[in-house]
Design a protein around this ligand. Structure first.
Ligand code: C2E
Ligand code: MG
Ligand code: MG
Length: 568
């Protein structure tokens, strides 16, 4: 039943005593999910049905001092506006009362209600407000599973809060279940709904009444503390909820295990919108999950700006890729043999420049290309550039080979073998002129797909180099498994060896071991003569470092190292 219009019955009602009216209320009540009430505005008497007594803490069906009784039941911060609206009905300024606000139920929990009533003249000419109270939890504006208000409501309330009194906001906390998808998949949707209900209870029990709790989409909740008077700070609240959840999981004998993470924002509300706060808290929550879950993260504007910058860079790179790789360039760094220090090849190193950020370091943009999958087209571009230049330089230096870095994303998600094959055939270079560099991280020995790829490359006579050696696990078994022809020792490892004897002797032993497995060693990052002298005693087979040349564009490289003059 949506709205009972009693105006048509005004005359009949005028003939009836309050007792008779009350009896009618009980009859109507049976047919309604809402709670029917009458308020005598002249005598401040409130009449409710027996059903109402069960749900809300009214003392009797007839309440003689309605105002103080209602004040106890209406949520404190909503009370002033409700009072004002009802007094307008009492004074005859308005004929209807229609508001959504919060009541506190018999169990002390906050309940959103929609209260509507019409003013009519009743027995003895008294002004009566006759209407019904509907629990929004049973309607679409609140969530059916948890009984909490929904995201739509959060947005409306927050817009108001941000406009009227942003300075009172202590924090907004977004809570998410770490493994909700798994619960739904493994235990079923019903178990998932139970978890949501349990968590909602844990949250509501942990915050004081003045903190608003909303259910956002899926498994996420939002807590808004906009009462500077509440005594628990965000961390205390989070820890309390976490503790209750753990107790609950234990009590239920681990039938459904879950943990929760939270992201909070506690400053910087000024000038923001609800939408933006949803984004910022989502970011903080994701940070908490990225940091290992089961924890709370505080929104950090610097980290967020860095994240936005990465998104921007991704967007700009995508544009450039679609604009025929504008802004991308391949540089080449010489690789020399030992002990003659003769040029034998070069490593192709990608560069990217854009108007907005200038030259961006590969340490920044390569991971962005990887995360977005853009490394696949860009990797192909590098491969083709490198192959073409290699063909040109082999005419001058026949044994020359070019090293191209490969990302695990290219191996997992593109037809690398075919791409390499096609490129070599079309450009016309032999397989031995190409070395593919891979880093240790990103592959697992047991990944048969990748192991097959290595085998196929080997069969095609394409050599592999294991890059960044010394930065990860430096797994010798792995080295043997993939039969890398070359191991490239990372500069960071070399720097350590130059600084302390212990690391120096480790490098020495590693090089011996690599040799005994039949692979060659390329030492990276040699910058000065002293470094070269010291590291040469460890007997590397090749050197790549600023001492012999920094990465440079092809035209500079060929002028400097291959004696090719500018064409007239
Ligand atoms: P990497 O493959 O280990 O490349 C060697 C890095 O060490 C290069 O950094 C090079 O400039 C630097 N380097 C060489 N000698 C010295 C030295 O004497 N001193 C110092 N301080 N640095 C030296 P760069 O060009 O910044 O590249 C960084 C990383 O980005 C590369 O490390 C590689 O992992 C990745 N990368 C670069 N180009 C590509 C590419 O085309 N594809 C993929 N997947 N990754 C690439
Ligand atoms: Mg490399
Ligand atoms: Mg390297």
């Amino acid at each position: 039943m949506d709205f009972i219009d009693f105006t048509d019955y005004a005359e009949t009602l005028q003939q009836m005593s309050l007792e008779e009216i009350r009896a009618v209320l009980e009859v109507i009540q049976r047919a309604s999910d809402s709670y029917i009430y009458i308020m005598d505005l002249d005598t401040d008497t409130y009449m409710v049905t027996r059903k109402m007594l069960i749900r809300f803490p009214f003392e009797d069906v007839v309440i003689e001092n309605a105002t103080p009784a209602l004040q106890k039941i209406i949520y404190p911060s909503d009370y002033p506006s409700v009072k004002e609206d009802i007094s307008r009905c009492a004074s005859g300024e308005q004929e209807m009362h229609s508001m959504e606000y919060r009541w506190i139920d018999a169990a002390g929990k906050i309940v959103w209600i929609d209260c509507r009533g019409t003013v009519i003249k009743g027995a003895g000419g008294h002004r009566l407000l006759v209407g019904r109270v509907t629990e929004l939890g049973k309607e679409a504006k609140a969530d059916n599973i948890t009984g909490l208000r929904k995201e739509v409501r959060f947005k409306l309330d927050t817009e108001e809060l941000l406009r009227d009194r942003p300075e009172t906001i202590r924090y907004m906390m977004r809570i998410g279940i770490d493994n909700f998808k798994e619960i739904n998949e493994k235990e079923g949707v019903e178990a998932g709904d139970n978890v949501l209900r349990e968590l909602a209870d844990c949250i509501v029990a942990s915050v004081d009444l003045r903190v608003d709790v909303y259910r956002l989409m899926a498994d996420e909740f939002m807590l808004v503390d906009a009462m500077a008077s509440s005594d628990k700070d965000a961390r205390t609240v989070y820890e309390e909820i976490k503790g209750r959840v753990a107790d609950m999981v234990r009590q239920k004998e681990y039938s459904c295990f879950y943990t929760i993470s939270a992201g909070i924002i506690q400053d910087e509300f000024m000038g923001r919108s609800a939408e933006e706060i949803l984004r910022l808290t989502e970011f903080a929550l994701n940070e908490a999950k990225r940091n290992g879950r089961n924890q709370m993260a505080v929104f950090d504007v610097e980290v967020y700006n860095e994240y936005l910058k990465r998104l921007d860079i991704r967007r700009l790179m995508r544009q450039d890729i679609n604009d025929n790789f504008r802004g991308f360039q391949v540089f080449y760094q010489p690789i020399v043999s030992t002990p003659e220090y003769q040029l034998i090849g070069a490593e192709a190193l990608l560069r990217w420049n854009c108007e907005k950020y200038g030259n961006v370091s590969p340490a920044m943009f390569i991971p962005i290309l990887e995360e977005s999958g853009l490394i696949i087209p860009v990797g192909k571009y590098v491969l083709w550039q490198a192959a073409k230049i290699c063909k040109k330089w082999r005419d001058i230096l026949p044994g020359f080979h070019v090293h191209v870095n490969l990302s695990y994303v290219q191996m997992n998600k593109s037809d690398l073998l075919n791409d390499v094959d096609k490129c070599m055939k079309e450009v016309g270079i032999p397989p031995e002129s190409l070395v593919l560099e891979l880093t240790e991280s990103g592959y697992i020995e047991t990944d048969t797909r990748i192991m097959d790829l290595f085998k196929n490359l080997k069969e095609k006579n394409i050599d592999l180099a294991l890059d960044d050696f010394g930065t990860g696990y430096s797994n010798m078994r792995y080295l043997k498994e993939i039969e890398a022809k070359t191991v490239k020792i990372d500069r960071s490892f070399v720097v350590q060896a130059l600084q302390n004897e212990h690391d120096y002797s480790i490098i020495k032993h590693i090089i011996d071991m690599v040799h005994s497995l039949g692979s060659a060693v390329c030492m990276e990052g040699i910058e000065g003569e002293d470094e070269l002298d010291k590291m040469m005693k460890t007997e590397p087979d090749m050197i790549q470092g600023y001492y012999f040349g920094k990465p440079s564009p092809a035209e500079q490289f060929e002028k400097k190292f291959l004696g090719i003059k500018d064409s007239p």
